[in-house]
Design a protein around this ligand. Structure first.
Ligand code: NAD
Ligand code: DAU
Length: 346
């Protein structure tokens, strides 16, 4: 298999690239990443000289570049993770989200059609999110693949739009695609604008821990390695023609926890006091609860999450403690300015 991964320098993408390069059946991995503030080449320092790996600095909005890579590298499948991924930033401005998440996906789709018209079939694995389903009430059952799309924030709306574009290209142009929807990931290398790494770094630096609203919002936290194994299981099922197109698949971890419980676990592992928690203004339009039903993934892909929460979060905290050089590498001026503008000084 010859794979084009987009967004491979980000959190999930970098774990995926490393896993793919460890697999015998993967002949080539091309990583196309435009290196936004969230893209860290340092995440892939261990594999940068791997003989089957190539990094290309460029954007999924560059339709010619995509076409060139698909042809020159004889790509079989594209795994599209490139995205603007932070909900809070999409509330400030949705421009970049529309550009990358929707129009970038459009560029990929158009190139797949162009290759199909020349007799070359290329599969797409579109990495989407549970957020496209909206927010659950406490008594409601977890989302399933048939749950109607009801995105509630600008980021989620751009991801849902991309999903719909993919579905429309399957229906109209007969391309082969899968859409994966996963719950909240945690693990090493996550950019510290997201809840868990932000709380870890703030705890280490003696800063306050900003919990939005009442902190009772619920997410279904999954270790990044389990998400990666789900994406790879999907890739294989598509490559082996074992599933219909478009194949929509959910991944979750039966691990619903409130944000407050998450923060309490982090501070307990690090050993700082509860007085560090500071309740701050709520996120506008904050989704109350996400939970993913993954029965289809178990039934069709024999997939299940393997990492237990307590083990995964302890290992994650330890990773941040023992990688100060990584933390330094992500502290750009852009990131510092974001923290100041969003949270103010403390
Ligand atoms: P991330 O923000 O850590 O990484 C995104 C990567 O995409 C970065 O390396 C960035 O440089 C790159 N990128 C951005 N715009 C680009 C462009 N125009 N062209 C090429 N590269 C570009 O994100 P993540 O948390 O690793 O998420 C990856 C994907 O998984 C996203 O599509 C996201 O919607 C989805 N997802 C994330 C989660 C989660 O909990 N983090 C859960 C479910 C789905
Ligand atoms: O559910 C999957 C999604 O998970 C992905 O599609 C997104 O790319 C990813 O960013 C993540 O979105 P969330 O908004 O759920 O993640 P975040 O880490 O930003 O926030 C998790 C919860 O913690 C959410 O309820 C908001 C809250 N929060 C977050 C931050 C950054 C706080 O209370 N304080 C904070 O400072």
């Amino acid at each position: 298999m010859r794979i084009l991964v987009t967004g491979g320098c980000g959190f999930i993408g970098s774990h995926l690239v490393k896993k793919l390069l460890s697999m015998r059946e993967i002949e080539r991995v091309i990583n196309l990443d435009s290196l936004t503030y969230a893209g860290q080449p340092y995440n892939l320092v261990d594999v940068e000289n791997h003989r089957n790996y190539k990094f290309i600095h460029g954007s999924i909005n560059d339709i010619e570049l995509i076409g060139e890579i698909l042809s020159s590298e004889a790509i079989d499948s594209i795994i599209n993770l490139a995205a603007e991924s932070h909900v809070d930033r999409s509330i400030g401005s949705v421009n970049e989200f529309i550009k990358t998440n929707i129009d970038g996906t459009r560029c990929i789709l158009e190139q797949i059609v162009e290759h199909k018209n020349k007799g070359v079939d290329i599969n797409l694995i579109q990495v989407s999110t549970d957020e496209v389903y909206g927010s659950l009430k406490p008594e409601e059952a977890p989302f399933v693949e048939e749950t109607p799309l009801r995105p509630m924030n600008p980021y989620a709306a751009t991801k849902a739009s991309a999903d719909m574009l993919v579905q429309s290209f399957v229906n109209t142009h007969g391309i082969c695609a899968a859409i994966t929807r996963c719950s909240n990931n945690y693990g090493p290398n996550q950019f510290p604008e997201k809840l868990i790494p932000l709380m870890i770094l703030n705890s280490l630096e003696g800063k306050s821990l900003p919990v939005y609203g009442d902190g009772k919002q619920i997410r279904d936290w999954i270790h990044v390695s389990d998400h990666v194994s789900g994406i790879i299981a999907t890739l294989k099922a598509v490559e082996e023609n074992k599933v219909d197109s478009p194949f929509v698949i959910n991944f979750g971890a039966d691990n619903e926890m409130t944000n407050l419980e998450i923060v309490e676990t982090v501070i307990e592992i690090i050993g700082v006091g509860r007085e560090m928690i500071q309740f701050v203004s709520d996120r506008p339009g904050h989704d109350r609860r996400y939970a993913m039903g993954y029965g289809k993934a178990w039934e069709l892909l024999s997939w299940e999450p393997l990492v237990m929460w307590r083990e995964g979060i302890t290992e994650t905290v330890e990773w941040y403690l023992s990688n100060p050089e990584w933390i330094e590498s992500i502290r750009s001026d852009e990131y510092r300015t974001w923290l100041e503008n969003h949270y103010g000084r403390d």
